[in-house]
Write a protein that binds this ligand. Structure first.
Ligand SMILES: Nc1nc2c(ncn2[C@@H]2O[C@H](COP(=O)(O)OP(=O)(O)O)[C@@H](O)[C@H]2O)c(=O)[nH]1
Ligand SMILES: [Mg+2]
Length: 446
């Protein structure tokens, strides 16, 4: 495929030692000629040079030429390493733009890599997930997939499906000479189905590792929810006062607890209120609670359990979520230390304001770690999960077709549909819209 030539600043915009500007497309060699006056650059060799605009120097740089198809995108590429000033970098990009080059869209380099078959969609997504990973488990999920074992597995499954399709086709063309071995087909299809189902069932781990797990901090006003969020974050994020109803909106913050990516939501106290703003906050809190996987139910040791706590408990208990009962302010002595009436949940005592929350963090880690551990065959996003679901639906139909003695035509149709779904998964079959949707979320210059 021949594409126009695109360029972007591939390093973060900011001041640093070095910045990288990348360029890819058919015009690359001409750009090198114009910039550095070198006509036949040696690929993969680092050159030294100056980028000039008319008579004045923009910067002193090093650069490398990658000859297609042996490059990230599969096309001719140029990488320029310049000094990492915001203005210098911009000026070099502007200079390049005058040489029949346009600015790259987000993820456009990776999109080309997929279109030029340098990598499949699973790997491209894994690279993006790796870049954005903000916890150890997310990083593991991304590198697992980047490794390519899943892609290889899917290729093998596709090959088997192609073989089955081919044998059915032969039987359709020569019905008298060949007899389809239904027993063998059923066996192969069922094995593939089981494997796909395992991928599907484990997908949530990869997705949780990458997307983060939602955890709501719930409790009556003044229990110390915002103080707890700040303690978990180790910074003053939420406003803390002794005035009940201080947190009127939900606050969502990313946490990294021992390598698990958690989206913690500090909720406004769920109380009946006439205040319009607080009312909206309460509605949002309820929604946040519903979407969460884990609820930290915060009680106030200095006050003890009251009707308010019971009311909140009844609300969250109905949702069948994982709940940790957190007795906060355990630094304050309470003579009549209260009994927790809700025995089915684990209880921890903390002092949020003193930062004594290690036991709570340990418990959160232990409760969630099994939901983010991934192996090398783990899917990592919803798009992948949906594609596998489609493949499972079609393979089930194919199996049922054989069992019901349907025509070969009908069975072929479903086997083909299964292959199509797997092609969608790996990106062997793509539409521009699909690619634009995926790569639109990437960084510019990746
Ligand atoms: N002694 C003590 N006070 C706390 C603790 N956690 C929070 N507080 C205080 O309790 C009050 C309410 O805290 P806040 O986090 O705003 O409660 P929220 O309404 O549940 O968000 C504030 O005055 C906090 O300083 C704690 O562990 N010990
Ligand atoms: Mg608060």
């Amino acid at each position: 495929m021949i594409f126009d030539t695109i360029a972007a600043i591939s390093s973060p915009i900011g001041t640093g030692a070095i910045a990288v500007i990348r360029l890819t497309g058919e015009n690359t060699i001409n750009v090198i000629k114009s910039l550095f006056n070198i006509h036949a650059p040696e690929p993969k060799k680092m050159y030294y040079g100056w980028i000039k605009e008319k008579d004045y120097v923009i910067d002193e740089v090093t650069w490398v030429y990658h000859k297609g198809p042996k490059s990230y995108t599969g096309e001719d590429m140029l990488e320029i390493f310049c000094h990492g000033g915001i203005l210098v970098t911009k000026k070099i990009l502007e200079k390049i733009m005058t040489l029949n080059v346009r600015e790259a869209l987000p993820g456009e380099f990776s999109k080309r890599a997929v279109m030029n078959r340098k990598m499949n969609l699973l790997k491209a997504e894994a690279i993006n997930e790796l870049i954005h990973a903000n916890s150890d488990f997310a990083l593991k999920a991304a590198t697992n997939q980047m490794d390519g074992k899943l892609s290889k597995r899917i290729e093998i499954i596709k090959k088997e499906l192609f073989n089955i399709a081919a044998r059915i086709e032969v039987e359709m063309d020569y019905p008298d000479d060949f007899e389809v071995d239904n027993f063998q087909f059923l066996k192969s299809l069922n094995t593939i189905k089981a494997e796909l189902e395992e991928l599907y069932e484990n997908a949530d781990n990869g997705i949780s590792a990458i997307e983060g797990i939602k955890m709501a901090i719930v409790g009556k006003p003044n229990a110390g929810k915002s103080t707890l969020l700040n303690a978990l974050l180790r910074k003053d994020r939420a406003i803390v006062t002794d005035i009940p109803g201080t947190t009127r909106d939900t606050i969502e913050e990313n946490l990294n607890i021992r390598g698990i990516f958690i989206k913690a939501i500090d909720t406004a106290g769920i109380r009946k209120t006439e205040d319009v703003v607080e009312k909206i906050g309460v509605t949002r809190s309820l929604k946040a609670i519903e979407e969460s996987k884990l609820i930290l139910f915060v009680l106030d040791n200095s006050v003890g359990i009251d009707e308010y706590d019971k009311e909140i408990y009844n609300k969250i208990n109905k949702l069948n979520k994982e709940v940790i009962i957190v007795i906060n302010k355990s630094d304050i002595d309470n003579e009549d230390n209260f009994e927790i009436p809700w025995k089915e949940h684990e209880v921890v005592r903390i002092s949020a304001s003193k930062g004594e929350i290690k036991n709570l963090e340990d418990l959160i880690y232990n409760k969630l770690k099994d939901t983010v551990i991934t192996d090398e065959l783990a899917l990592t996003n919803r798009r992948q999960k949906n594609a596998v679901k489609k493949a499972i639906d079609s393979i089930i139909k194919a199996i049922e077709g054989i069992e019901l003695g349907l025509t070969n035509d009908a069975i072929m149709f479903d086997v083909r549909k299964t292959i199509e779904a797997l092609n969608e998964l790996t990106g062997d079959d793509y539409t521009e819209t699909l690619l634009d949707n995926i790569f639109g979320n990437f960084c510019v210059g990746k």
